[in-house]
Design a protein around this ligand. Sequence first.
Ligand SMILES: [Fe+2]
Length: 425
Amino acid sequence: MKPSQLFQTALGPDDLHSFFHEVRQTSERLGAPLSDADATVQSMPDASPAKWHLAHTTWFFEAMVLHPFVPGYEPFDEEFSFLFNSYYETLGARQPRPRRGMITRPALSQILDYRKHVDFGLDALLRTSPDQNIAELVELGCHHEQQHQELLLTDILHLFAQNPLHPAYRDPGPVEVETADLPPLAFTDFDGGIVEIGHGSVGFAYDSEGPRHRALVEPFRLANRLVTNGEWADFIADGGYRKSLLWLSEGWAKVLAEGWSQPLYWEERDGQNWTMTLKGFQPIDPIAPVTHISYFEADAFATWSGKRLPTEFEWEAAAQEIAIQGNFLDTHRLRPKPASPHVGGLQQIFGDVWEWTRSAFSPYPRFHAVEGAIGEYNGKFMSGQFVLRGGSCVTPPGHIRASYRNFFPGHARWQFSGLRLAEDG
Ligand SMILES: [Fe+2]
């Protein structure tokens, strides 16, 4: 089965060629502030070294495009496939994920040379106006690399948060805490009914975003903005992390086992809450959206509030009507931004933080993973994870859609993940 049957693509040859270069250059710009040591250390099994992200995205183009479609292609190094294959069983053995930080060699400079080698091969291929099948794989490789750009930043944040000196990834120094008023929490009514869910026919989408299909949604209400740090502080002050009845069983077990008492990077200093950010250690902004919370924390907060998390179908039905604008990677803020008191209706749907939904990441009706390596991209992860929607402050602009389904296990906290409240209509 061709990827075109499940991965929707959009670009003509010239646009694809420039998209490819733009994506590749963006990754190198994101890696530029890092030393070889910064880029090599792995802070936990879930996070990968920056060097690995830069190499793995390159391996993806090599394994999916250059090897199968360029006769006589000479790999940069035969052994790199073992080092930089992530999880593709059909493409051979690989370094175990928790041991990616052991790859002190090749050095970062060699990885950058590897990138040049593969860029050269792709550049030559793209000049020949390759057929649709190849073009689709290149486009998929670009979107794959954009996903890893976000992961590179969230993984660097986790790494730097382990350092007692709280180093900044970039722009060290105080970030002004917003003083603007916060719009009061309000809820927008939606009628529900039969809604169309999933990606239509225009533009790129991952296979998991389709097929587009009908879903039945009961009347519901969605909050106008994201939950803030100040509201989260109220939850903590009210004993939110100590009241077992607010929590799902699996979440309460995590509270006890991990000692959760606040969002991942919060730390109290002189009676004030501070947090680790990509711009170093900063006071929290009480009116900015809370972030780095797990699904279980989001769910407990919603229960404490007398509300609930939205389903992914409710979220998408609302988001389909909203322009894709927001605080993404290109604002260089690298932190979620407070909602505006001057805007009515739903805000912060796109950008700022990924919004946990109560929906399991599972296949849509009539979904079938394609055969072969590409079929391993999403389909085999459809168990034990929850869907997050809307993108974050480190999502590359242009990478997000109303139909986009991100997914993480319920205990994951190191992504830019937050929540929007919902209730029954
Ligand atoms: Fe990957």
